[in-house]
Design a protein around this ligand. Sequence first.
Ligand SMILES: Nc1ncnc2c1ncn2[C@@H]1O[C@H](COP(=O)(O)OP(=O)(O)O)[C@@H](O)[C@H]1O
Ligand SMILES: [Mg+2]
Length: 266
Amino acid sequence: MAYLELQHLHTHFTKRSGSVLSPKTEVIRAVDGVDLSLQKGEILGLVGESGCGKSTLSRTVMQLIPATSGDVLMDGTSLTQQNARQIRSRRLDFQMIFQDPYASLNPRMTIFSTLEEALKQRHRKIGRRETQERIIALMETVGLDPAVMKKYPHEFSGGQRQRIAIARALAPEPRLILADESVSALDVSIQSQILNLLKKLRADLGLTMIFISHDLGVVRYIADNIAVMYKGKIVEYGESETVFHHPQDDYTKRLLASIPKLPAAC
Ligand SMILES: Nc1ncnc2c1ncn2[C@@H]1O[C@H](COP(=O)(O)OP(=O)(O)O)[C@@H](O)[C@H]1O
Ligand SMILES: [Mg+2]
C-alpha cells in the first residue's frame, strides 16, 4: 500500500470578474485531476512553471484548502473525510518548508523560542531540561551551532535561516515534509548545502518528502521520482533519471531545455 496517495484530486477556485452590471465567474482549475502515490521514505519531486498549481496541490494535501473532489489517503486512511480536530492533529504530521525563511520566521522570536514553540505543538508538557536537550539536538541535526540559539533571525544568513526553518519543521516529528520552492531564494552554493541536508535527513530519519520547484535541475538532484505538472495536471511521471534523460512529454522537454547550462570553463 502506498504511504501517501492522491486520488483524482481536484482543487478549483472561483474568480469573480466582469463589471457590477454583468458579473462573471471564472473557474480556475489549479489542481485538475491529479493521481500520485509515494512510498514511505520517498522524495517526490514536483516540478512545473509558476502558476501550474504546485503550491495549491501541496496545500490541498495538507488540508489547508479543501479539495473540490478526489481524495488524499495516508496509510490508506482518507484525509478529506476527517473532522476539524483530526485535521489539526494531522497538520503536525505534515510540515512545510517555504521559499522565504525570513518571512516565515518570527523576527521577534529567538531561535530557541521558535523551536520551543514548534516542539510544544507535539509535546505540550515537555519540561525545561528536555526542551533544551531537544533544541540542541535539532540544531545539530540541521548543522547549526547550538551556541547561537538565543539569537534572532536577522542575525543569520539566508542559508542559516533555511536551516532554522528546517529545524522548526522537524520539531513536531512530522511524517511528511512538503518543501515548496525551499531553495529557490538561495545562492547556488547554499542551495546544494540545503539539498544535501534534506537528503541526509531522509536517510537518517526516513522522512517522506514532496519537494516542489520550478527548476527541474534542482528536483533531479534530490528526488527519487519526478512528477511534471502543467496547468493543474501531471503530464509526466517517472524515475528521476529517466524523466531527465528520456522525457516523453513535450512540456518536460521544454522545461529541460530551459535549465541554464554552465559555461564549459566552470
Ligand atoms: N486562493 C486562491 N484563489 C484563487 N486563485 C488561486 C488561489 N491560489 C492560487 N490560485 C491560482 O491557482 C493557480 C495555481 O497557483 P499556484 O498553486 O500558486 O501555482 P504554483 O505554486 O505552481 O506557482 C494560479 O492560476 C493561481 O493564480
Ligand atoms: Mg508556488
